[in-house]
Design a protein. Structure first.
Length: 201
């Protein structure tokens, strides 16, 4: 996946929108138990993060970049240590990942789907290997998330954000610059058009 590929998406590959309130839309709605489980998992990470933060010197207002980076490095080191056994799927378990793919399919095949994907392709990062508990590469843009996509996806604690890296959905601890978990191929590469990404069917 090359840098900026996400901006060249679905131009004719989306198919027909899913009508709001239709049976198809109802079929794509996530089960409440799945969302409860997801919330429990992200709350668990947030609680762990809060405990780790207590052992890190508090941030004080400063313009000293070296001080800011040093504090972040200590936070990251302690988070990685506390999550030493973290594995892909600890938060995005298979059932949760499936529900997220459905939500993304619903949003990106809707009337605002093409616009959303173009927006998310702006300043998209270059492809890089994803790994749980790894740092997001310094200097790589984090792109933009479509408001419509964010409305579809479950809300997150303040310390976490969603980001796309190519077709993969990443759960990112922004202040720590840490990849907490990710969904592989949350949207997929359309094999009939190598420059297009499409919602995963």
């Amino acid at each position: 996946m090359t840098k900026g590929l996400l901006a060249d998406v679905l131009l004719g590959a989306l198919g027909q929108p899913v009508p709001a309130g239709s049976a198809a839309e109802a079929q794509l709605r996530p089960g409440p138990d799945t969302l409860v489980e997801f919330r429990q998992r992200v709350d668990g990470y947030a609680a762990l993060r809060q405990e780790v933060t207590k052992t890190t010197p508090p941030m004080v207002p400063t313009t000293d970049v070296a001080h800011i980076l040093s504090r972040r490095a200590r936070l990251v080191q302690r988070l990685k240590s506390a999550r030493g056994e973290a594995r892909k799927g600890d938060i995005f378990a298979p059932g949760i990942s499936a529900e997220f793919r459905r939500l993304l399919l619903l949003e990106l095949t809707g009337p605002n789907g093409k616009e959303a994907l173009v927006r998310m392709g702006e300043a998209a990062p270059a492809a890089f290997a994803l790994s749980v508990n790894a740092s997001y590469p310094e200097g790589e843009p984090m792109g933009a998330m479509s408001p419509g996509v964010l409305r579809r996806l479950p809300p997150l604690p303040a310390s976490l954000q969603y980001r796309f890296v190519g077709p993969h959905l990443v759960l990112l601890d922004v202040a720590a610059n840490l990849i907490v978990d990710f969904i592989t191929d949350a949207i997929w590469v359309d094999p009939s058009a190598s420059s297009h990404l499409a919602p995963r069917p």
